[in-house]
Design a binder for this molecule. Sequence first.
Ligand code: SIN
Length: 349
Amino acid sequence: MSSIPSNSENTPHILVLGIGGTIAGLAQDPTNPTEYQAGQVGIDTLLARIQEGIPGSVKLVSRQLANIDSRDLSEDLLTLIGNTVKESLQEPTVKGIVITHGTDTIEESGFFLSATCGKLAEKLSKRIVLTGAMLPSNAPQADGPQNLLDSLKWASTAPENCPGGVYAVFAGKVCLARDLAKRHTSNLNAPLMDSPSSSIGLINPSWVSRVRAIQAACGEDLPIPEGVWPWVEILTSHAGARSQAIDAIVGAGVQGLILAGTGLGGLNQAWLAPLKQAQAKGIALVRASRTGAGLTVVSKDDLICQLAGGLSAPRARIALQLALNASATSKSLTWQDFFARIAVLPEFR
Ligand code: SIN
């Protein structure tokens, strides 16, 4: 573990984990920040650049877990992030954890950490905070430094003001990480555009009540997979969908499918027969919606399968992988039981 100079792991601190992303990106020409490479600058350098803004009472220890463009986020890396967070949370000197991450797949990591470490963080009254940026670190208006400062502030906010748990901070706001999803290609607040959130500076009590209600509805943390994760793919239903697509992926050995249907979760008729055959072979099916918001409901077709509730397809994919993994070693609970524990929550909006 590499420390920011003068900070020791033996004194109370916030642990900052660098994963990469645009926040650590560099543009060849800073005046043209749309052309850049993500994951170029180390976490210590990013922290050194904001050192003046960090209150003297907040001590930091940093660790570079990866430095990638998050489109390449792998399941092995998710396992490493999850295990690091879980172990670190249990260290008495770690008061909170900030993770700098690419925004493209922050939705997956946010949901994964919520489902595997959320209850532990809540129990220990510690905050895990994900953040990132939409502009590379050398852009004149780079948003990363402020997002990182805000995240450190949120991670070190007194527990009386908001419960421990897994959060995300962007553009001056905070939301639950399980609500976070990049919903615009370039807006500075793209990762939390549609998420119920509060301002960092003035915590909104009705948002805190919502946080508590969601936390109360979530079941126990699921185990982090060891080794190879179950193979789950997302298939989007669309005009002209063909049965051969289902046959091909089932033939290749997929273990689960997230079916991102149209509207409420409707699936093209061409898929129904091969999906029923897949289900009969034991392939786990979850019906989501490609619309981007709202609940999936039991559809008019006769394919009976698990519903994703309000989860987007990428979140439902992580949920199904964790559920399949947990059920493989459970004597009494099915993957559907585990999926419901983390995915099927009442609507609070
Ligand atoms: C990435 O996800 O690593 C690149 C995009 C971003 O961070 O905004």
